[in-house]
Write a new protein. Structure first.
Length: 172
């Protein structure tokens, strides 16, 4: 639900506004790089990616420091930590939903599900690393949640647009 507090939170963060504006400006030209029948989806993917980056890579108080990076990376070494908090709070569930649209759009656009999953997992790892660096506190569990969200989106893409079976006429 869009509230005045949400609008104020967005308007009061110039870096977020800049990233949203850049993604809106680049969405149409970059979205046109895909096949003509999927250009609108391409533009939507670029804008969605920009919105995810705006929401996750900006902060109100810029405090860059490498001090939080080791704690972030150590989280990957503890399987109980990675799995223990799975979907345990609203934030974790929101992290699932954050990457679901990217997975869905990537799957519908390219249908290279494994490659899309690897790229989206790498993206979320990098975002969380950046958050640790800027003082926002990167979290290994968020990487797991975001990746599962991307996987769910890719699964939906596969359901929506199943790959047709190959025949001799398809060039086999």
């Amino acid at each position: 639900m869009l509230t005045s507090d949400t609008v104020l939170a967005v308007v009061s963060r110039p870096a977020l506004l800049v990233l949203l504006t850049i993604s809106a400006i680049l969405a149409w030209p970059l979205g046109r790089l895909v096949s003509p029948d999927r250009r609108r989806l391409g533009a939507l993917f670029v804008f969605t990616l920009g919105a995810v980056l705006a929401a996750t890579t900006t902060t109100g108080a810029w405090r860059p420091s490498a001090a939080l990076i080791p704690a972030y990376l150590d989280g990957f070494g503890d399987p109980a930590y990675l799995v223990g908090g799975f979907a345990g709070s609203r934030e974790k569930i929101a992290n699932l939903g954050l990457f679901l649209p990217l997975g869905l759009l990537a799957g519908v656009l390219r249908r290279r599900y494994a490659a899309a999953l690897v790229l989206l997992a790498a993206l979320t790892f990098t975002i969380e690393l950046w958050q640790a660096f800027i003082g926002r506190g990167g979290d290994a569990v968020d990487v797991v949640h975001n990746t599962v969200g991307a996987l769910l989106g890719l699964g939906l893409a596969k359901l929506v647009h199943p790959r047709r079976s190959r025949t001799v006429h398809d060039g086999l």
